[in-house]
Design a protein around this ligand. Structure first.
Ligand code: HPA
Ligand code: ZN
Length: 326
């Protein structure tokens, strides 16, 4: 069996996936036409050509511009259904999807429209593809705390349909501490908590995410190696880290795959997982992330099986739901 086939056959969970980041240029143009939303690009090809990012912010500028074509419930359905079909091909049995309500409500799209479309796709994925899923609402950290609290208020009537909260967008200069109060409120409401930390921000932001936000998983977390005491803590607690290797290359966190610290993190006993982040922008869905990481860092099949198993252990499903996958 070749390596790509082996990887696809591993049952895996995808835990770091922004649903808005699965918007392929073809669908971006189709939805733009459907909704009469003009795009800053002349064609599908010109759009792909613009995906040469310098850093996280240069990506986010394009990512938020693209999301403007998402307007109606069926747009969110089409987006998520396309993702689930792709994920099924990659052997994903469970996905925890991030969504960014502020990106949509700021344009006048009702919170419930976003949720209804995503949920309808999730129900179909469960039924037709056998993929289970959860939704994780992300607060945009470049916006003030008040915006996060307002978003939580909008989410309140729908909390039975939302499993957790996360923190994303521009990391540098926006430490987790700014969102400690809103995360405390979310945890009181029974929501799981995760946060992006240690992608472009320092290791200290990872510590803040754990101590001040109560993060149960760290999204990215690749800069943890800068703090040996933090690595020891993450290893001891088996805190899952949702690493996104192709994202890290596209956003120049590491110059090449050979420079990526994933193997060092795995060898340090950390509960690392591999995920695609924003696959339409970063050049690969989850199986391609596994493959390129394995080829670039010399991961063995046993390593890859450990990583896939980590993803199942790190998911927010019940032990009962998890049992058949392990
Ligand atoms: N980091 C921060 N915010 C994001 C990302 C990311 O990788 N993808 C989408 N929003
Ligand atoms: Zn992310």
């Amino acid at each position: 069996m070749d390596l790509a086939t082996y990887i696809r056959a591993l049952p895996k969970a995808e835990l770091h996936l922004h649903i808005e980041g699965t918007l392929e240029p073809e669908m971006m143009f189709e939805l733009g036409r459907r909704n009469g939303v003009a795009l800053p690009f002349a064609s599908v090809e010109a759009t792909r050509a613009a995906y040469a990012f310098q850093d996280l912010q240069s990506f986010l500028d394009i990512y938020y511009a693209g999301a403007a074509v998402l307007v109606r419930e069926e747009d969110f359905f089409d987006l998520a259904w396309a993702y689930f079909r792709r994920a099924a091909e990659d052997g994903v049995v469970h996905a925890e999807l991030f969504f960014d309500p502020q990106t949509h409500t700021a344009r006048g799209v009702p919170f419930a429209t976003v949720l209804d479309g995503l949920e309808r796709a999730a129900a179909r994925a469960r039924e037709e593809l056998g993929i289970s899923s959860r939704l994780i609402l992300c607060f945009l950290r470049h916006l003030p705390e008040a915006g996060a609290f307002a978003t939580l208020e909008e989410a309140r009537p729908h909390l039975a349909r939302i499993h957790g909260v996360g923190l994303d967008s521009s990391e540098a200069g926006h430490p987790p501490s700014e969102f400690a109060r809103v995360f405390a409120r979310c945890r009181e409401l029974g929501l799981h908590a995760v946060a992006h930390a240690g992608e472009e921000g320092p290791a200290a932001y990872i510590t803040e995410a754990l101590d001040l936000l109560g993060a149960e998983r760290v999204d990215h977390g690749v800069r943890c190696l800068e703090d040996p005491a933090l690595v020891a803590r993450l290893a001891r607690d088996q805190t899952p880290l949702t690493v996104c290797p192709l994202s890290n290359l596209k956003l120049r966190v590491f110059p090449t795959m050979a420079d990526h610290t994933f193997k060092r993190m795995l060898d340090a006993g950390l509960r690392v997982t591999i995920n695609s982040d924003d696959p339409a922008y970063f050049g690969g869905y989850v199986a391609r992330n596994y493959l390129e990481t394995a080829e670039g860092l010399g991961l063995t099949r046993k390593d890859l099986a450990t990583v896939a198993r980590n993803s199942l252990l790190a998911s927010f499903v019940t032990d009962e739901e998890r049992a058949p996958w392990l």
